[in-house]
Design a protein around this ligand. Structure first.
Ligand code: GDP
Length: 362
């Protein structure tokens, strides 16, 4: 029995050794495969410029990464893509949840690919960290577009701040354009500040609405209406057609009360149905008209220049803020300084000044 045990344990020992060997050789192989799978910047750039979707997706993941070591590689890829970007139309689409954004993008996107366009669909949803992507998360309403080889759909980047999410989307636009996408649709939820961020990265801003009970203008933020280049009343089908037409007339009247736009464009209102596709081609025709006008009067190009400058300044603001609050000395002092300010021991301005001076002296 004793002998048998010994034999058993000897066998066991041998087994353990060989198992360890297998595991470690597998681990090395796995690491080698993993390393091989991590493309270099050059490979990514070449892939993107050749329209390779997996290279594009990997580069976007790099841009979205919070890992500091990925930043340099991401910047290298973006810089190489820049000369190949810019040849697109960027369209922002907003509307409250349930208005039919996903359904509209599916119908509109299919219409565009039918015209021979290459369509990328992106989203700005700063809440996606919590809700795990409330928009573009539900791909069931984009069933056809998902399968379309000329369409690329990417859910919102996650992030703690709108600024961070927006910056990542802004860079993703560059990558998609370099990969040959000529029409970029950027969806955002019609709540909060995200419309302003999307508005500052698109050429054309479309507000999607549905008809209500005759009080169309209630609850709609003036700022959002002012940003809109077109207001499209969706779900104009079945019993709803008449109500949608009435809503259209009401929005039209309201839009005429706003001052003329710098673009020289008069915002248009129309109705459509994402379900029956009625009115969908007309939305694209409106955008074509807008592009013709704003390219002729140069507004299109001037606005893009302004937007580039805006994103540089935004990135500086965002980076400075992040660095400041993440600085260990500031973190150590911030809580006690907040208390001192609450107790009137120091004025808020003097306290801010002290912290800032300390930070910049470092
Ligand atoms: P989102 O939350 O804005 O993305 O809206 P969805 O695209 O998810 O649509 C919300 C609901 O409205 C779904 O049940 C859709 O089927 C429905 N819907 C969307 N577009 C239309 C339309 O044009 N007509 C009708 N009748 N229903 C629609």
């Amino acid at each position: 029995m004793k002998n048998e045990n010994k034999k058993h344990s000897a066998l066991h020992e041998k087994d353990v050794i060989s198992a360890t060997e297998i595991i470690s050789s597998n681990a090395v192989a796995a690491i080698q495969i993993f390393r091989k799978k991590q493309p270099t910047s050059e490979e990514l750039i070449e892939g993107i410029l050749n329209g390779n979707i997996s290279a594009l997706s990997r580069a976007i993941t790099l841009v979205e990464s919070t890992n500091a070591s990925h930043l340099a590689k991401a910047n290298e890829v973006i810089n190489a893509c820049l000369p190949h970007a810019n040849k697109s139309v960027r369209i922002g689409i907003t509307g409250v949840p349930g208005v039919g954004k996903s359904s509209f993008i599916e119908a509109f996107g299919k219409h565009l690919t039918g015209l021979g366009k290459k369509v990328a669909v992106l989203a700005v949803d700063p809440s996606s960290t919590i809700s795990h992507g409330s928009i573009l998360g539900d791909k069931t309403r984009m069933e056809e577009l998902v399968k379309d080889p000329n369409a690329y759909i990417r859910p919102s980047a996650s992030g703690e701040t709108l600024g961070g999410v927006a910056r990542k989307t802004r860079e993703t636009i560059t990558l998609c354009e370099a990969a040959g996408f000529d029409t970029i649709l950027i969806e955002t939820v019609g709540v909060g500040q995200s419309e302003t961020a999307v508005h500052s990265m698109v050429d054309f801003f479309l507000l999607l609405k549905i008809s209500g009970a005759g009080d169309e203008l209630q609850g709609i933020k003036r700022g959002i209406m002012e940003m809109a280049d077109a207001i499209v009343i969706n779900k104009a089908d079945g019993d709803n057609i008449k109500k949608a037409e009435m809503a259209k007339a009401e929005f039209n009247r309201a839009l005429h009360l706003f001052p003329a736009k710098k673009s020289g464009w008069t915002p248009k209102t129309s109705t459509c149905s994402a379900l029956t596709h009625k009115g969908i081609p007309e939305v694209w025709n409106t955008i074509v008209e807008f592009l013709k006008l704003t390219k002729e009067n140069n507004y299109f190009f001037e606005k893009r220049k302004e937007q580039n400058q805006y994103w540089m300044l935004e990135t500086i603001n965002e980076q400075l803020k992040t660095n400041f609050y993440n600085h260990s000395d500031i973190q150590k002092l911030l809580e006690s300084t907040k208390k001192a300010v609450q107790n009137d021991e120091i004025s808020p301005f003097a306290a801010a000044q002290e912290l800032l001076e300390m930070y910049f002296k470092k």
